[in-house]
Design a protein around this ligand. Structure first.
Ligand code: PMP
Length: 423
């Protein structure tokens, strides 16, 4: 029965049961962590062979990977990932170990120098704003905030960000210089941008001539089921919409090989790639091509990456299934929460009774279960409805995910009961 339909006596009885369940939970002295979307050690082990590679140092095209140069990144690795990301090899560069660093670099270059289509550096504008689909990735928001860029939120829907709302915002406001989107298996909702939504975002008129879409395809290859969702071919769509320089695509192998020692990629129009390399060339003579060669030898080809990703799915899919099963068993009948059932990516987005998310996180903490702080999927860490909690089940072993989720469900029920008793 829905919790809101309970009589006062029934609610009081429910609260007594939840309090004793919570006391029991607390008495177990747990120490569990569902905070960050990190790969588990078992996943990292899948790539241990990398530690013995490369076998040599000369690339297929004769490049001595030990030396300086090759700002684009090693061709044989770019060929593998160009196929996987659905872009031309000459529109893809391979760089260091972090795509977030590339996003930071692009943003800084836009601020200091302006983009290819800017009238002046963005820092020369009175005010700059970015559209941020919510819930979204906390580090996107903290990066913007570190430069004083104002964040305008729009809802993230099952088919991507609300494109009509975005089109209405950018049409007349030239201070809106860009937007973020995680197009495939988004962080944290797991939603994927549809062809229709992408087409609208790439074609919509913008008051800013240099409007940019930071197309962060961090989870492009991270399927959890047999459905291998294909990302939109954003660069072709942009070109055919007459806005070839609007999107800049980012990706990395952080959750494919080693989170701290993978390879990051950037793909964009030829003009944008020239712009990016011109600026990056001021800070580097070339990326770590030995790491590029190591990755190319390890995977051999695009199918090698696909097979590798299936091994990841075998390890983490049961953890996502446990989250779904336990939330359904414990919460569904009470009608106080909704959650996503992702078919890819790293997260489950849990919406609890509005006004109770912070309380759930606090209760969980006191019971030894660390959750991502409520509100962290929103700019400035503030969820206006205090209802969203991001769950990251990949890192702990399955048994711990099960215990933690059961505990979280207890906290969700207790917080909802407390709230309804007061209101
Ligand atoms: N983008 C998104 C959406 C992410 O979730 C993450 C990792 N949590 C990153 C980027 C970071 O990627 P990288 O390790 O390549 O810097």
């Amino acid at each position: 029965m829905a919790l809101v339909d309970l009589s006062a006596e029934e609610l009081a009885a429910f609260m007594t049961a939840q309090k004793s369940a919570y006391d029991e939970l607390k008495s177990r002295g747990l120490k569990l962590d569902l905070t960050r979307g990190k790969p588990s050690a078992q996943q990292l082990d899948l790539s241990n062979e990398l530690l013995k590679l490369p076998t040599g140092y000369v690339a297929a095209d004769g490049t001595d990977t030990r030396n300086y140069g090759g700002l684009h990144g090693l061709t044989e690795l770019r060929e593998i990932f160009a196929e996987l990301l659905g872009v031309n090899v000459d529109q893809l560069v391979a760089q260091g170990n972090s795509s977030l660093t590339l996003m930071h670099q692009v943003l800084v270059d836009c601020l200091l120098h302006g983009a290819v289509d800017s009238e002046r550096p963005w820092s020369g504008e009175d005010k700059i704003k970015f559209i941020c689909p919510v819930p979204g990735y906390d580090r996107h928001f903290s990066l913007l905030n570190s430069f004083g860029i104002e964040m305008v939120t729009v809802p993230m829907n099952a088919d991507g960000p609300d494109a009509d709302k975005i089109a209405a915002l950018v049409k007349d406001d030239a201070s809106i210089k860009g937007m973020w989107v995680v197009p495939t298996y988004a962080n944290p909702t797991g939603d994927t941008v549809s062809q229709e939504v992408a087409a609208k975002l790439l074609a919509m008129p913008t008051a800013a001539p240099d409007f940019k879409i930071f197309w962060d395809n961090a989870y492009a290859l991270h399927h959890l089921t047999d459905v291998e969702t294909k990302s939109v071919d954003v660069l072709s769509l942009a070109a055919s919409s007459g806005n070839p320089n609007r999107p800049i695509l980012f990706a990395s192998t952080s959750k494919i090989t080693f989170a701290g020692a993978g390879v990051a990629f950037l793909a964009a129009s030829t003009e944008n790639i020239g712009w990016f390399l011109k600026h990056v060339g001021m800070s580097s003579i070339g990326p770590d091509k030995v790491n590029h060669l190591r990755h190319a030898e390890f995977f051999k080809d695009a199918d090698g990456v696909r097979a590798h990703m299936r091994k990841h799915a075998e390890i983490i899919a049961p953890k996502f299934e446990a989250v779904e099963r336990i939330l359904t068993e414990r919460l569904a009948e009470h009608d106080i929460a909704e959650w996503t059932k992702p078919i890819g990516g790293y997260f489950v987005s849990l919406d609890v009774l509005p006004g109770t998310a912070s309380r759930v996180v606090q209760l969980a903490k006191e019971a030894g279960i660390a959750l991502t702080p409520a509100g962290s999927s929103f700019p400035l860490g503030t969820d206006p409805d205090d209802e969203n909690i991001r769950l990251a089940p990949t890192m702990p072993p399955l048994e711990e995910v099960e215990v933690a989720m059961d505990g979280v469900a207890t906290c969700v029920l207790l917080a909802a009961g407390e709230y309804l008793s007061k209101n």
